[in-house]
Design a protein around this ligand. Sequence first.
Ligand code: HEM
Ligand code: HEM
Length: 265
Amino acid sequence: MPAEHVVERAYVWDRFVRLHHWNLAALVLLNAFIFDGGGPWHRWAGYAALGLVGTRLVWGAIGSRHARFSGFFPTPARIRAYLARPGVAMRGHNPLGAAMVFAMLGFVIALGVTGWLMGTDAYWGEEWLEQLHETFSDVLLACVALHVAGVTWVSRKTRINLPRAMLTGYKKDTGHAFRAVRASGDDAGRLTASMRQGQRPADAGRNAAEARRTKAMSAPSATCAQSRGSPGPSAARHDGRYVKGRQRKSAAVFLRKNRTPQFSY
Ligand code: HEM
Ligand code: HEM
């Protein structure tokens, strides 16, 4: 059954978040692997990272929708909800990723503070402080490794390229594609509609098949005419801005290739 395939993009990461992210990542990696510990480059890069985190804390209070901490603070309830559907596509940070974000920001602050203390008269030459600084750095790098692993896993599972979104600001929003298919009246739409009502994907698939059988018995031509005829109301509506690609595909192929669940807000 042919269906319109409309992929939209959602603007998620504002320019500040993106610039902040890649600059912070560069500074942390430079300090950990390139600049000599304690040298002037190291100190200034460390303070720059600290300053960046400071600006991010302000932006977390006043920034755009998905930059604000209130929107993604990992509360126990949010974490529980996410663990019930791990890897579900989300517009902003998922709660586990968000926990890691706060940990990484915290460790950069801790590195800045311990680095600064090392240079003060009171703590000059203190072995334990140097050790603590290096331990913070090691733990931060472990967090970064987990962070990149998590980003890779979610990107594969949702089929949304998250690193690219952090470069361009846009996340592919296949949720709109599902809505487009639903508007054209075929199975894919029913499947997502029932998933959205909280059914497990397997049940939703069975129910969609059931609905198709019932519909085929009662009014087969209505379904076909609706989906084969005009592109459908949503395809027209999505014409123009943010429409990335549109192809004709059977609903089955569409479902297999676009298993991305709805965005959760
Ligand atoms: C992103 C922030 C930072 C990271 C990832 C980081 C990482 C590290 C690492 C891995 C070392 C050990 C290097 C080695 O043994 O060769 C080190 C040493 C050192 N860092 Fe940092 N650092 C950061 C920020 C700072 C800041 C802001 C300062 C001070 C202004 C600072 C001052 C020092 C000093 C003085 C040492 C030498 C300690 C010693 O003699 O063992 N660091 N840092
Ligand atoms: C030292 C290295 C890194 C640090 C300290 C770091 C830190 C962060 C922080 C603080 C955020 C939250 C952004 C915000 O809300 O402002 C974030 C998000 C993100 N980072 Fe990194 N990052 C690092 C490396 C990387 C790398 C190498 C990649 C690429 C694979 C990456 C991909 C991402 C993505 C895709 C997000 C958004 C995740 C989402 O969609 O929820 N990061 N990172």
